[in-house]
Design a protein around this ligand. Structure first.
Ligand code: ARG
Length: 451
């Protein structure tokens, strides 16, 4: 019975992805101990050689994990001591598992932020390429999922590029906050040795060392940051996937997803289901859940380390795997999507989408906007009753609604409507081209930091 109870506390079974970081951290720690004459140079050498063997054994899955040793820290140290004898037992001098796990997790989270940034850069670049390739495709823009005003497809795609650009910044900020080296905090109060924390920090590529030993071992904000950044990114992905799903229906017919990203129905032979997009939308739920699980784990904890904190891992690892695989798939899925130019244009033409433009036309003839709105609203009802679109009305019909209509009313068309919306950030082709240049340069500057 008691053997089963001990299973409750183990974590080595899901922590193995931290092993490499744990060993890198231990090597840096051992070097520092030798530099500060806390252990001898020859002990340091033995420890480093031994740790490299252990790493090899872990990577080739030769290591025997011992569940009585609970976690990877103890397993690695135990195996090291088996390999090099008592010297291995010197490694844990001036260190606690509390600052050790904080170090491992910070190193991993730094890498994950970096990975997310690089995947998001790929995604934004893919969206920019699509916008450039389809720069003048026209489709209806929607509000309330009702056709609202014509827009360029490139403008719509760049809206997502802006969202994902903000996500890059969010991961970048998360990276800067996690980039703090906690080792040397000990269990919570610091250590009675002459340590060189800066030396460890530099070896491991951290920007600085932590300021407060109690905070350093209690803090998991950097995982919350990562989980939050991932949640916002998944929310954006989910919105994009929702549009891919809607746009690929027979009802819309705006896009065709590449075969690779659809699956067959087991019963209805005609179907190509957008399962990848649906799963990405669905997986957003677990990423939010992991964020809230960690908030809840942390909320009642007194300082400093409490074992509850071991529960930070599985949900967070799940988030990491989910965001990485989802971004990877999305880059390909978006990049291989075919846009149906004609269906998009038909949706614009078979609609009352130029109503605002007609009202603006009347405003240009000195009709007050509210009055113009009323006139075009009446015209819309008339068209609906008579089964016509605006461009099918004769000039006499136009004039029945307002004597201010003249023959130039027929110059209103989707392309002019779009190019008239030339305010900064608007949908005109000129503005879209400017936006492309602008986001390209922003992406270039962040990419150099994370190459
Ligand atoms: N497995 C532990 C965790 O993830 C490592 C720290 C253990 N510290 C302790 N005092 N038991 O949080």
């Amino acid at each position: 019975m008691s053997e089963n109870y001990s299973d409750y506390t183990i974590s080595f079974n899901y922590e193995q992805r931290l092993a490499e970081y744990d060993i890198k951290g231990s090597i840096a720690h051992s070097r520092m101990l030798a530099k500060q004459n806390i252990i001898s140079d020859s002990d340091n050498e033995k420890i480093i050689n031994g740790l490299n063997i252990v790493l090899d054994e872990i990577q080739s899955e030769k290591i025997k994990w011992n569940k009585d040793l609970e976690d990877i820290h103890m397993n690695i140290e135990f195996r090291l001591t088996e390999l090099i004898g008592d010297t291995g037992a010197k490694l844990h001098t001036a260190r606690s598992r509390n600052d050790q796990i904080s170090l491992d997790m910070r190193m991993y989270v730094k890498d994950l932020n970096n990975q997310a940034i690089n995947l998001l850069i790929k995604l934004v670049n893919t969206l920019i390429n699509l916008a450039e390739d389809n720069i003048s495709f026209i489709l209806p823009g929607y509000t309330h999922l009702q056709r609202a005003q014509p827009i360029l497809l490139s403008h719509h795609l760049l809206a997502y590029a802006e969202m994902f650009y903000r996500d890059i910044n969010r991961f970048h900020e998360s990276f800067e906050r996690v980039d703090v080296m906690p080792l040397g905090s000990g269990a919570l109060a610091g250590l009675p040795y002459n340590l060189d924390r800066e030396f460890v920090s530099k070896q491991l590529g951290f920007a600085k060392v932590s300021n407060n030993s109690i905070d350093a071992v209690s803090d998991r904000d950097f995982i919350l940051d990562y989980n939050y950044s991932s949640s916002v990114t998944m929310m954006h992905i989910s919105r994009l996937c929702e549009e891919l799903i809607i746009w690929s229906t027979d009802e819309f017919g705006f896009i065709k997803l590449s075969k690779e990203f659809t699956t067959w129905s087991s019963i209805m032979p005609q179907k190509r289901n957008p399962d990848f997009a649906e799963l990405a939308r669905g997986k957003t739920g677990r990423v939010y859940g992991n964020l809230f699980a960690l908030f809840t784990i942390l909320k009642g904890l007194p300082l400093a380390y409490n074992r509850d904190m071991q529960e930070d891992k599985e949900g967070f690892f799940d988030t990491a795997d989910t965001i990485n695989s989802t971004l990877d798939i999305l880059v390909s899925m978006i990049g291989t999507t075919q846009f149906n130019k004609q269906n998009m244009l038909d949706a614009v033409n078979n609609s009352y989408i130029l109503a605002t433009d007609i009202a603006d036309y009347l405003v240009s003839k000195s009709v007050p906007f509210r009055k113009a709105h009323e006139i075009v609203s009446k015209m819309t009802d008339y068209c609906l009753d008579n089964n016509k679109y605006f461009h099918q009305l004769t000039i006499d019909e136009f004039k029945k609604f307002s004597s201010d209509f003249e023959i130039d009313i027929f110059e209103i068309n989707p392309i002019n409507s779009i190019n008239n919306r030339n305010t900064v950030g608007g949908t005109s082709e000129l503005q879209v081209k400017n936006s492309i240049l602008d986001i390209k340069s922003r992406i270039k500057s962040i990419a150099t930091k994370y190459a």
